[in-house]
Ligand binder design. Sequence first.
Ligand SMILES: NC(=O)c1ccc[n+]([C@@H]2O[C@H](COP(=O)([O-])OP(=O)(O)OC[C@H]3O[C@@H](n4cnc5c(N)ncnc54)[C@H](OP(=O)(O)O)[C@@H]3O)[C@@H](O)[C@H]2O)c1
Length: 380
Amino acid sequence: MPFLPTPRLLSQLTNRAIIYSQNGDPSKVLTSLRYPELPPPASETVNIKFLLAPINPADINVVEGVYPSKPTEETSLTTSGKGSPEQPVFVGGNEGLARVTAIGNGVGDLKLDDWVVMTKPQSGTWCTSRNVHASDIIKVPWRHGLSQVHAATMTVNPPTAYNMLRDFTSLKEGDWIVQNGANSAVGQAVIQIAASKGLKTLNFVRNRDNIRNLVDDLQSLGATKVLTYDELSDKSLRTRLKEWTGERSISLGLNCVGGNETSLMARLLGNDAHLVSYGAMSKQPLSLPTSLFIFKNITSHGFWQTRWYQNRSPKEKYDVMKILVDLMVTGKLKEPRHEILYIAAHESDTEAGQKIKDAIRNMSEGQHGKKVLLRLESLE
Ligand SMILES: NC(=O)c1ccc[n+]([C@@H]2O[C@H](COP(=O)([O-])OP(=O)(O)OC[C@H]3O[C@@H](n4cnc5c(N)ncnc54)[C@H](OP(=O)(O)O)[C@@H]3O)[C@@H](O)[C@H]2O)c1
């Protein structure tokens, strides 16, 4: 017989988390769990309340157990009395915006109600409230006009786009880059950051019934050209490309898809160009024609924002975040297209769990087109 909490006990369980205790298909292993109010924070720690947390593709891979970055026992709910050291209860989510609700002794730079984001990977953001070490969060460099959606999505996709455009080759105004998965949140950020630097973008997306709407959307963000993968096999593409780019060859390619479409896209790169792979949405391996290395001297790289965070100083991280905030509040980097998945405090764990499973199933089917952001309401 399942444990059914009494109404009195339920009223004490003010918090909720979306959790899993073993890896597997998210539609099977994710559930909702309530837990009690947090005690006052110990020294060097703060209590935070999450306002919004995205469901990113990598979060699904973490739950499946196929992502190299894993949650640790430290970020599990075990310290809140759930699970055990042998079988910890992990909270999903890596990214999210939270508000500071209580501050322990010895925490210098934070005050109540400050907006913070996570710097520690896999902190478990799909929950209402957590106690975290002050060194595992960073205060958002807030400026008037910065929305919750901006702040909740600023630590993964925008810096990935920004760093890939900056770190592999030096690009100057008028230069061209090419990318696939151009309608992904990273792709949208690439388009906008590139446009803000005067760069031209050639963008590839999957074909769909309402492709014209998608092309219009991406062009309204600043995309120079938007094509479908089907057009990669069209012989006239090279001629059209020459007309668009003139004397300039494409010196940077960004890939989050893999598979044959990426092999074809790589052929559009010019001499000495760089191909940067940062995702594998098609789940197909990447294979590149040898001739590109011999005759065009192309370099193929990987990029992982998690590694970037591990290797960079707090100042470098803060500086990039500040640049991104400036782009956001000046309208040059818009909120990703999104929908908010709201789970009210009165909803049962079964209802909450089902909402999450449905959202993830929808995302996995592709062509969803919107970043899903989780807003979990706690009982005050
Ligand atoms: N390396 C890093 O540091 C880093 C950082 C951030 C993100 N990423 C990766 O970047 C990718 C995009 O992330 P995101 O958060 O921007 O994604 P997102 O907003 O959720 O969008 C997902 C994108 O993947 C495309 N897609 C889904 N299934 C596909 C398939 N079978 N073949 C081709 N395209 C497919 C979707 O196109 P449709 O609209 O056609 O479905 C959409 O463009 C993911 O692989 C993510 O893990 C990597």
